[in-house]
Every structure is written in C-alpha cells, then in structure tokens.
Design a protein around this ligand. Structure first.
Ligand code: GAP
Length: 503
C-alpha cells in the first residue's frame, strides 16, 4: 500500500518533470498540439539514459546467464494469441463514474487510496483489511460488491465531493486496429499489451534453434500498449511504454525455487544500479492476475510513494497450455534428465514459467528520481565565502548519457585543438562532448544538470606536459592526470562491470 503524496513530494516530482524537459530527457508527446495524454517522447539525453538502462538489463540477462537468450518479436500478433492468453476476456480495469462530476475512476484505485488514508492515519490493519476485501471481490468478479465497498467506505469523488456513483464496469485495456486493408470483416489486430506473449509463441522455435535445455530463459525488450484509464504521475503510467521481460522455463515442481531465485536476483540488480535498499521493497499481490499462481512486485519509493517498478510472476503452465489448446500445436519439451525417484527420464511436459517483467520507463523514472540532487555548497574562503544551490544528477556513471565533457579553458593557444585531439582519441570508447562556451563554472553546471560524471579541462599546463584536470561530478574534486591515463580511468568507472560485480 502506498502512502498518499505529500505537498513536498509533489513539488519534488514537479521539479523532476521540469528538469527532464529542460535538459532534454523527456518531452510530452506532440506538445505543440497540447500533447497526447499519457504518451511521452525521450529527448537527446533521455534516449541515451534509457538505452543504457536497456543495454544493462539485456547484458545482465543474456550475457551473465549462459542459459538466457534473447528475441525481438513483432508488436502485432495473431489475434488468437490474446484469446489464448486471456487478455480478450480478462485484461480489464474496473471503472466507475461519478454522475455529478462526470469523472471516471478506477474503482480499485479509489479503494487503494482509501486504504492508504487509513495507513497514514495510523491504522494499517484497517487499510490492509480493506485491500484484502477488494482483492477478494475482484477475484470473484463481484463488481456490485466493489461498488458497495466504495459506498460503505464513504468514498467521495474528489471533484464533485459526492458519492453519486454508477455501477462498476469492466473496461478492456487493449488497443486494437484494423487487421486487413482488403477484408473489412477480418478480426482486429491488437497492439500487444505485454511483450511476454511474443516469447511464449516462440518457445519451441527458440528452444530448438538455440538447442536450449530446461531450465532456460528468453529475454525481450519492446513496446507494449495499454489504454490506461488513470494515466498520471508522468512516465509512471503510460499508454505506450516499454517492457523488459524474461520468461524462465522450468521443470514443474521447481518453480518455487526459481521464483525465489529470480526475486532476489532482480532486487540485487536495482540495488547494484544505485537504488538504495531502504527505497525498495517487495509487495505480494493482493489480487493475482488471471495467469499467475504467485506474484510479487518490486516497489521503489517514488516521490509519490512506494509503487511497482517490476513484477515477478510464477505463471505455471498457463500460457503454453492455452496456446497449445487453441493452436492445436504441442508446446512440450522432452526432458531426458533422469528423475532420481524413478531412475527414468522426466520425459515430455509443458514447462512452467517464472517471469521477470520490468518497465523500462519506470526504471528510467526511478533512476532519474534517485539521481536528482539539490545541495547547498560553499565556495571561497574567509570573508569571500559564498553559498549557493547546486542541482545535479547523481547517475550511476555506467548509465549516464555522456561519460565525459572536454573543456578547453580558453578558445585559443591551441587548447581547442588539444580538446579535439582528446575527443578523437576517446570517441571509440565513450560518448563525449566538447564545450568551449562560457566560464568553466557554468560549463560544470551544465554537465552536472545532465549527470556527466567527468569534466576534463585542457589548460596551459596541458600544452606543456600533456596532463589534464578531471573534475568529479559528485565531489567536485579535481585530479590531474596524463591524457594517456584517461581511457583506463574513465573506462573503469563507466563500465557495466561495476554493476555486474554487485549482482
Ligand atoms: N507480462 C507481465 C506483465 O505485463 P505487468 O505487471 O502488467 O506484468 C509489468 O507489467 C511491468 O510493466 C510493470 O511492473 C511496470 O514496470 C510496467 N508497466 C505496466 N504498465 C505500464 C504503464 N501503463 N506504463 C508504464 N509502465 C508500465
């Protein structure tokens, strides 16, 4: 359960949203037309940060695990996919309208917010009982019961202030589009609401072509689409977003161990990236999705409270069995390992699946929120001492959009040429920029604001002895070193190995 947002927390989110726009991380989609709700574009620094996060996830999954391979499936899939997966029938949010304000809400969100109020008022037991009751009603698809719960709890519309509610209805979250240009009767094709199904339908293709032996995983990064009713909190809940999912296929009976293994491994990933342990927590689902036998969220404490960043789901053989039944194509694996109980091979079975599913955009948002730092710094000495505010992004150097900025101290005396020479020497290794405008202090500030870990200054001494100063973003300390040492120095700090070593 998440605590309600306090005014200070909203202000922090506002600052982060403004910062993301001003410094080229995230823009509202089609802003010149006043934007499209819950759709966002990534700017020049945003796309670098996001790509780095995606590459880090990809390599963590596929490079560090000899038994995990990747795929890139299409967004469009045969419409039967979504019947088999249960999304046509069951991928719904419960909606309720207030008759006075004409505003539409997610019934479960209204109840969760009420539960959070109880928790905040020092009565967490009452809050927990309320969410448990909601989970029970939703699992039973008792929508009249959900409405009654809203009325009994005296939940009022935040706009009209009344409890004049409609019935609760289910609303399917999938977007669909015309499947055929020539056949108007053709069934619609859906924009996939999760990437996972592209993995399930390719299970045998991958297993056979890559000669995978159970247990093994298939990883994928790609777009997913959901017609979210409550779209807010910036890029937290979008209609078009990206998922990084991994389906791990296991022998039935071993799924409990693998669930625990992946749960721990995924939490370690977030900590290794620099999200503090105290701002991460597990949250077992109150209401299981239609496919899940067990499910837990890894929540991060965003400025608007603890919220889901990643889901770990034990999906059993639900998806493969559903596809097997609808397609009439066997989705089985022959396991020739010997079962110690019988001394015979385990034989044919439909594997069970443990899934890890993290939103690239939510990981981006968590990373950005965590990195956003404001501090008061003191400059000068004695009477000349001044204090000022500094804002900087304390991004893990491995994911920072730009690894180093090179500053010629002045635009003359051969310094710009030397800066260019350093750029040319290092550009095969790192993403760099050369900045030669404004005073050095201003240039440092500009790089701090986008999270560049190192600023390399070319000065008079550089021309004499080929040394430069390297200024560190977090401490503002400067180290003098030979140009020849830069590659190894920066390389070590920005390497993914610094994250991998903590996994
Ligand atoms: N295949 C399982 C699945 O899709 P999910 O919990 O619905 O599970 C997984 O989604 C992750 O995808 C979430 O933990 C979240 O990070 C991300 N996600 C889901 N809906 C999202 C949305 N509307 N906007 C941004 N990210 C979203």
């Amino acid at each position: 359960m998440s605590k309600p947002t306090t005014p200070a927390e909203s202000a922090q989110l506002k600052d982060i949203v403004a910062h993301a726009k001003e410094y080229g991380f995230v823009f509202q989609s089609s802003e010149i037309y006043d934007g499209l709700a819950a759709v966002y574009d990534y700017g020049p620094n945003g796309v670098e940060l996001k790509n780095n996060l995606k590459r880090l996830w990809w390599e963590t999954m596929t490079q560090l695990h000899g038994n995990v391979v990747g795929i890139d499936a299409a967004i469009f899939m045969a419409p039967q996919t979504w019947e088999a997966s249960g999304h046509v029938a069951g991928f719904n949010d419960p909606l309720i309208d207030n008759l006075d304000s004409k505003k539409r809400y997610r019934a479960d969100v209204l109840i969760e917010e009420k539960a959070a109020e109880y928790e905040n008022a020092g009565d967490p037991a009452r809050g927990a009982a309320l969410t448990a009751e909601m989970g029970r009603l939703l699992t039973a698809n008792d929508l009249a019961g959900v409405r009654q719960l809203i009325i009994d709890e005296k939940i009022l519309c935040p706009v009209s202030g009344t409890g004049n509610w409609t019935e609760v209805r289910q609303f399917n979250l999938m977007f669909s589009t015309q499947g055929s240009a020539v056949d108007s009767e053709a069934p619609p094709v859906y924009l996939r609401p999760e990437t996972a199904q592209g993995i399930f339908v390719n299970f045998l293709n991958v297993q056979k072509s890559a000669r995978m032996k159970i247990p093994f995983g298939i990883a994928q990064i790609g777009k997913a689409f959901r017609n979210e009713i409550v779209a807010r909190q910036f890029i937290f809940r979008m209609r078009e977003f990206e998922q990084m999912e991994m389906q791990f296929f296991v022998r039935p009976g071993t799924e409990g161990e693998w669930y625990d293994t992946w749960k721990a491994a995924r939490r370690r990933f977030h900590e290794a990236l620099g999200l503090p342990a105290a701002k991460l927590r597990f949250h077992d689902h109150d209401k299981l999705a239609h496919y899940a036998k067990a499910a837990v969220d890894i929540e991060y404490e965003f400025p608007f409270g603890f919220k889901e960043m990643e889901g770990i789901h034990s999906r059993g053989d639900f998806d493969l069995t559903q596809h097997q039944n609808l397609s009439r194509k066997k989705q089985q694996y022959f396991d020739n390992d010997l079962d110690p109980a019988t001394g015979k091979p385990y034989g044919n079975y439909v594997p069970y699946v443990v899934e890890t599913s993290v939103g690239a955009d939510r990981l981006f948002l968590a990373t950005l929120c965590e990195a956003f730092q404001e501090e008061t710094i003191t400059e000068g000495e004695g009477d000349a001492q001044t204090t000022k505010q500094r804002t900087f992004l304390k991004l893990h150097p491995a994911v920072a959009p730009i690894k180093a900025a090179i500053f010629p101290l002045v635009r003359k005396d051969g310094m710009p040429e030397k800066a260019q020479q350093i750029f040319d020497e290092l550009r095969f290794d790192f993403r760099l920029v050369i900045e030669d405008k404004d005073a050095i202090g201003k240039r440092y500030t500009r790089q701090d604001l986008i999270g560049t870990p190192f600023c390399i200054v070319v000065d008079g001494q550089t021309l004499e002895d080929d040394t430069v100063t390297v200024r560190h973003r977090d401490t503002r300390e400067q180290t003098r070193m030979p140009i020849g040492a830069l590659r190894a120095y920066i390389g070590e700090a920005v390497s993914f190995k610094t994250v991998f070593a903590k996994l």
